[in-house]
Write a protein that binds this ligand. Structure first.
Ligand SMILES: Nc1ncnc2c1ncn2[C@@H]1O[C@H](COP(=O)(O)OP(=O)(O)OP(=O)(O)O)[C@@H](O)[C@H]1O
Ligand SMILES: [Mg+2]
Length: 317
């Protein structure tokens, strides 16, 4: 079986609660907290699990919060491998203010990895029994060595794995400069930041995405466009995939659901074009779920069938 490994460098234990009204200086009595696993690659692995596949979530874990995170994943049936680290895994805190249904998301910095922990993480990755797809998703904690990403991508290449990156800023830029990535999944803002220019028109968008592919930095670019769906650029094709109209409950988890679904379909041998459509279906399926819940398989399959029947007209060349 094709093996998928997701790597999360800044995992999180997410807790969610609600409060009648936020106000300063008072004791703010919150409702019973609910805990959930968090962090890009971890959610990608969870989305793959929801869709009936399996992926190994690899991440550093420290302290009781790291232990709790691993237990939550095990309870969901998601396979994980942790590297014990000395810093405690971060906790992120979501608060809904009931008076106006506003959500406040407090995101703490990821737990730092010492240089030797970074090396150990790479050693674990290099020693995994199987590695066909490596999904690197999420932000980086402070203190990551300048040669970490190059070493990481080198291991993936040596293992013959396809690397998929969903990150932004310097990590994305550095990884693209190294070249050889299989797929990147920026959203529009992340692509704009990368290109250093304001991209508005679909033509500009295709040009920027295509130039990344044509210069050999990656095999494919999948730009997610929120309610507008996504754009796929490879050497052979440029394709616009419209998102189906769905009942929107929460946009949290859409990007991770998309990446999980794309990876799973690719691992099952599908083309990039078909995998991208499955990804858009999963992203839109995640929108239909409340809070931070990811895509459900039944919704994803139904939306995918609809997209398969309706996307031919969206193809550009
Ligand atoms: N309002 C919406 N209606 C339908 N589908 C949507 C909507 N918003 C997002 N999606 C779906 O989710 C996918 C990913 O969304 P988006 O482009 O917002 O990713 P992202 O910015 O990476 O998200 P995240 O905040 O989770 O990182 C889109 O390609 C689309 O399929
Ligand atoms: Mg995203």
């Amino acid at each position: 079986m094709t093996s998928i490994v997701t790597l999360t460098l800044s995992p999180a234990l997410d807790s969610a609660t609600s409060i009648a009204r936020l106000c300063p200086d008072a004791k703010l009595r919150c409702s019973e907290p609910r805990y959930a696993p968090g962090g890009g690659g971890i959610n990608v692995a969870r989305a793959i699990h929801q869709l009936g596949g399996s992926a190994l979530a690899l991440f550093p874990a420290g302290g009781p919060s790291g232990q709790h995170l691993a237990e939550l994943l095990a309870a969901e049936g998601v396979a994980c491998q942790t590297l014990p680290i000395s810093a405690w895994t971060r906790e992120c805190f979501n608060v809904v203010e009931q008076a106006n249904a506003q959500q406040y998301r407090f995101v703490l910095p990821g737990a730092r990895l010492s240089e030797s922990e970074q090396t150990q993480l790479l050693t674990v990755l290099a020693g995994l029994p199987a590695l066909d797809y490596l999904v690197i998703s999420g932000s980086l904690p402070g203190g990551i060595a300048a040669d970490f990403i190059p070493r990481l991508l080198q291991i993936a290449a040596q293992r013959g794995a396809r690397s998929i990156l969903d990150s932004s800023g310097e990590v994305l830029r550095q990884a693209l400069d190294i070249g050889g990535l299989f797929l990147i999944k920026p959203n529009l803002n992340e692509l704009r930041a990368l290109a250093g220019e304001h991209i508005d028109e679909p033509d500009q968008l295709f040009k920027v995405a295509r130039s990344l592919v044509d210069t050999g930095r990656c095999t494919a670019v999948l730009v997610s466009l929120g309610p507008q769906g996504a754009l796929l650029a490879t050497r052979e094709l440029s394709e616009r995939i419209s998102a189906p109209t769905v009942n929107k409950l929460s946009t949290v988890g859409a990007g991770d659901s998309l990446v999980g679904a794309v990876t799973l379909k690719l691992a099952q041998g599908a083309s990039l074009s078909e995998a991208a459509r499955y990804g858009v279906a999963a992203g839109s399926a995640a929108i239909m779920m409340p809070g931070s819940q990811l895509c459900r398989r039944a919704d994803t399959d139904r939306l995918f069938a609809w997209l398969q029947a309706h996307t031919a007209a969206g193809e550009l060349d």
